[in-house]
Design a protein around this ligand. Structure first.
Ligand code: OSB
Ligand code: MG
Length: 381
C-alpha cells in the first residue's frame, strides 16, 4: 500500500503525573509530550507520540531535539513523497541521518498507524500481533524508604500486576529489594531496573541481589558497556536484561554474541520504530531470548502503539504497560486503557488503527505549542 503523508500537526502537551516518577537518572513530575497527527493523501489520519524525555538522561535525545529533528530533517523526507508502505519508512528516515531514534520512531510509528487505517485493520494485526490480551507489569519509581516501596509493591500485587519492577540506584538497592521480596513472597515475579547507575567495579555488590531470585536485573551498567555487561553477567546468577544499550538489531545481536544479557526490553521509540522493534523481536525469537515491551510513561496514544507491539508472539514476559489510571487523573484518549484483575490489558481488535480515539478538546486544552508541517507546493507536483 502506498503512503503519501500530506501534513503533520505537531503539538506539545503537558500532562501532570499523579505522582512523581523517580529513576536513578532523574525525576519526572509532569510529562511534556510531543504528539503527531499525520494526514495521508488517501484521507487516512493517525496519531503517534514521541517518547523523548525532557532531559538527555535516558538517551541523548530530548523533546526539543526531537521537535527540531522532525521539523528540519525527518518530516521533509516524508511530506508529499510517495512511499511504498510503512515498512519502507525506516530506511527513508535512516539514510544519512545518524541517531534521533525517538524522533524517527514518532514518524515511523505514525506511518504504521496510517497504513492500518488505510487497510481498515487493527495496528496490532498489521504488525503481526497474535494476542488478544497482553500481560502487564508495573514499574515503581525509587521511594524514600524500603517501607514506602513495600506499600506500593503490595498495592500493585493486589491490583493484579503480573510483574513488579522496582527502580534501584546505589544506596537504594539491596535493602529495598530484600524488603519487597520478603513482603511479597518467593512466587512473585520481581525485577530491578538500575538505569545505568552502576559500574563493573560494583559487581560484588550487585551479586548480593542474586539472593532474591529476581526475574532479571535491567541495565545495570552504561549504555555503551556491552563488553562490561558480558563480564558482569558471568559474575551474576540473575539474568541481565538490556534496555538503554539496545538501540538497533546489531546491538541486540552483539548482546547475544557477547553474552551481555539474556533478555531484551524492546521500546519501539528507542530503536527508531516498529520495523527495527520487529527485527529485534524476530532475532531474539530465533535465539531463544525472551523479550518484553518497555514503557516511557506514555500517554494513551503511545500506549496504543506499545500494546499493539506487545501483542506479537515472542513478547512472552509482562510489559511495562500499566493502565491510564496508574499515571494520569485523566488520559487523552477514549476509552482509557484498563487492566483486568489478572493483569491483562485488552488489545483493541474491534476497530482499525491504534484502537483508541484521541480526545481532541482535551488535547487542545493541554497544548502549549503547535506547528503544522506540510509539503511545499513545488514538491507536490
Ligand atoms: O528504564 O524503563 C525505563 C520510564 C522513563 C524512562 C525509563 C524507563 C521508564 C520506566 C517506565 O520504567 C515504565 C512505564 O512506562 O510504566
Ligand atoms: Mg529500563
Amino acid at each position: 500500500m502506498t503512503l503519501c503523508i500530506e501534513s503533520i500537526a505537531l503539538r506539545e502537551i503537558r500532562l501532570p503525573l499523579k505522582e512523581p516518577f523517580r529513576i536513578s537518572s532523574g525525576v519526572c513530575t509532569e510529562r511534556r509530550i510531543p504528539l503527531l497527527e499525520l494526514t495521508d493523501a488517501s484521507g487516512a489520519v493517525a496519531w503517534s507520540e514521541c517518547v523523548a524525555g525532557e532531559e538527555p538522561n535516558y538517551s541523548s535525545e530530548t523533546i526539543d531535539t526531537a521537535w527540531l529533528a522532525i521539523r528540519e530533517w525527518l518530516a521533509p523526507r516524508l511530506l508529499g513523497k510517495r512511499i511504498d508502505g510503512a515498512a519502507a519508512v525506516h530506511d527513508v528516515l535512516e539514510r544519512d541521518i545518524a541517531g534521533h531514534h525517538m524522533a524517527k520512531a514518532a514518524l515511523e510509528m505514525g506511518c504504521w498507524a496510517v497504513e492500518a487505517e488505510q487497510r481498515a485493520i487493527p495496528l496490532s494485526r498489521l504488525l503481526g500481533g497474535t494476542r488478544e490480551r497482553v500481560p502487564t507489569g508495573i514499574s515503581i519509581g525509587i521511594q524514600d524508604s524500603p517501607a514506602a516501596l513495600v506499600t506500593r509493591a503490595r498495592r500493585a500485587l493486589s491490583d493484579g500486576y503480573r510483574k513488579i519492577k522496582v527502580k534501584i540506584q546505589p544506596g537504594a538497592d539491596v535493602d529495598y529489594v530484600a524488603a519487597v521480596r520478603e513482603a511479597l513472597g518467593s512466587e512473585v515475579s520481581l525485577m530491578a531496573d538500575a538505569n545505568s547507575a552502576y559500574r563493573l567495579s560494583d559487581a560484588d555488590h550487585l551479586a548480593r541481589l542474586d539472593a532474591f531470585a529476581l526475574l532479571m536485573i535491567e541495565q545495570p551498567l552504561g549504555r555503551d558497556d556491552l563488553v562490561r555487561h558480558a563480564e558482569l553477567q558471568k559474575r551474576l546468577k540473575t539474568p541481565i536484561c538490556l534496555d538503554e544499550s539496545i538501540t538497533d538489531v546489531d546491538r541486540c545481536e552483539d548482546m547475544i554474541t557477547l553474552g551481555a544479557g539474556r533478555i531484551v526490553n524492546i521500546k519501539p521509540g528507542r530503536v527508531g520504530g516498529f520495523t527495527v522493534a520487529k527485527q529485534i523481536h524476530d532475532s531474539c525469537m530465533a535465539h531463544g531470548i525472551p523479550v518484553w515491551c518497555g514503557g516511557m510513561l506514555e500517554s494513551g496514544i503511545g500506549r496504543a502503539h506499545n500494546v499493539a507491539l506487545a501483542s506479537l508472539p515472542n513478547f512472552s514476559l509482562p510489559g511495562d504497560l500499566s493502565p491510564s489510571a496508574r499515571y494520569w487523573e485523566r488520559d487523552i484518549v477514549t476509552p482509557e486503557w484498563t487492566m483486568d484483575r489478572e493483569g491483562l490489558v485488552p488489545v483493541p481488535l474491534d476497530r482499525p488503527g491504534i484502537g483508541v480515539t484521541p480526545d481532541i478538546d482535551r488535547i487542545d486544552d493541554l497544548t502549549v505549542r503547535h506547528e503544522r508541517l506540510a509539503a511545499p507546493m513545488v514538491a507536490r507536483r
